[in-house]
Design a protein around this ligand. Structure first.
Ligand code: RAM
Length: 357
């Protein structure tokens, strides 16, 4: 079956297009409407369109040296294989705001059909992602969203509201309803962590959480050493901390490692979002009672199917459109091009051995 390759535009043409867009108020036509994920595609979706074979689907996670990214992209690789596409994985070694731009530019040159990206900063990646889209490449954000003006769909691991509520609820339970808590986050620009922290702040303002005091938010930049030092620093500054909430797999593992061999073990609780395989030893040695996550492999898997459906014209990213994602079944696109994987799972000593990721 014939499949057209993305059209390559020169840097000069692309920048003219971007300037043209910002001249119209910095937004695309579709992103100004109530549905869709900021798709610039003018063609209508054809729900009966056949998924094309041979699609080039490239993954660009926040950073490569993060075990979470490895699990995510392993699911993507499986799905691309099922779709008979060509899988590619590229990415920076740090999660700083602008670290992904040069990779996107290379993926454009390579005429990928789909870029699946976890944005380190919602805006820093936008000009190059929009150049990719102008060249006919479909852009699916996953894990950490890009601005909705520069991607076609977003695979969210669970609802942002649900994750923020779950983090706050775990903190409240572990603090016994009162006391000082702190947050050890990823990078200061991360779309996903910042959105979850915003929900946490709203939740903390509610009467049931009024005796919890958020004393500080620190950033370990999803770097193991820095996260470890930030956890240490928090406990030096706030020795009465009841709970450290770390909404990042890198942060929660580093904080748990620090606390497990310090005098704070048993005095401060660690919770947040972690990989069961990284957290098992800290659950077994009683440093950690409870944390949450989803299966990251499923996010990567779902992103490939969404990308293939976009590239094949089956969907455009508009609200209400449906597509099938292999073993995960059917998904419906929500507002702003968001596709939600499912609810998070809570892990405790009772169930952690049932999970292997
Ligand atoms: C880290 C990353 C990732 C986030 C997980 C929970 O690995 O910051 O973006 O989704 O934690």
């Amino acid at each position: 079956m014939f499949r057209s390759h993305p059209r390559i535009v020169t840097a000069a043409t692309a920048s003219l297009l971007v300037v043209g867009l910002s001249a119209c108020g910095g937004t695309t036509k579709d992103s100004a409407s109530s549905s869709g994920g900021g798709s610039q595609a003018s063609a209508a979706a054809d729900p009966n369109a056949k998924i094309e074979e041979g699609l080039k689907i490239a993954y660009l996670p926040k950073q490569l040296n993060n075990p979470y990214s490895d699990v995510e992209t392993s699911g993507g690789k499986v799905a691309v294989g099922e779709l008979k596409g060509e899988y590619k994985l590229v990415g920076p070694n740090d999660a700083s705001a602008s670290s992904q731009v040069s990779y996107i530019n290379t993926l454009i040159q390579q005429q990928q059909n789909v870029i699946v990206v976890a944005a380190n900063d919602p805006n820093a990646v936008c000009p190059s992602l929009n150049q990719a889209r102008q060249a006919g490449i479909k852009v699916v954000s996953f894990d950490s969203d890009a601005s909705k003006d520069c991607r076609d769909a977003f695979i969210n691991q669970a609802t942002t509201q649900g994750i923020g509520e779950s983090l706050t609820k775990m903190a409240n339970e572990l603090a016994g309803g009162e006391g000082e808590i702190a947050i050890l986050s990823a990078t200061p620009n991360a779309t996903n962590q910042n959105a979850w922290i915003e929900v946490m702040k709203t939740e903390l303002a509610k009467p049931e959480n009024s005796k919890l005091k958020l004393v500080k938010t620190v950033y370990g930049n999803d770097d193991d050493q820095k996260s470890f030092q930030e956890a240490q620093g928090l406990l030096q500054s706030y020795p009465n901390l009841k709970v450290i909430v770390s909404p990042t797999t890198v942060g929660i593992a580093a904080a748990s490692r620090y606390v497990s061999s310090s005098n704070y073990k048993g005095k401060v609780q660690i919770t947040g979002l972690g990989l069961p395989n990284q957290m098992r030893e800290y659950v077994k040695d009683a440093t950690v009672k409870k944390f949450a996550l989803w299966n990251p492999a499923d996010i990567g898997y779902l992103a490939a199917y969404a990308g293939a459906a976009l590239a094949s014209g089956q969907i455009t990213g508009a609200q209400g459109q449906k597509f099938t994602a292999g073993k995960l079944g059917e998904y419906t696109i929500g507002a702003d091009g968001e596709i939600v994987l499912g609810p998070p799972t809570e892990f405790t000593a009772e169930n952690i051995d049932q999970f292997n990721f």
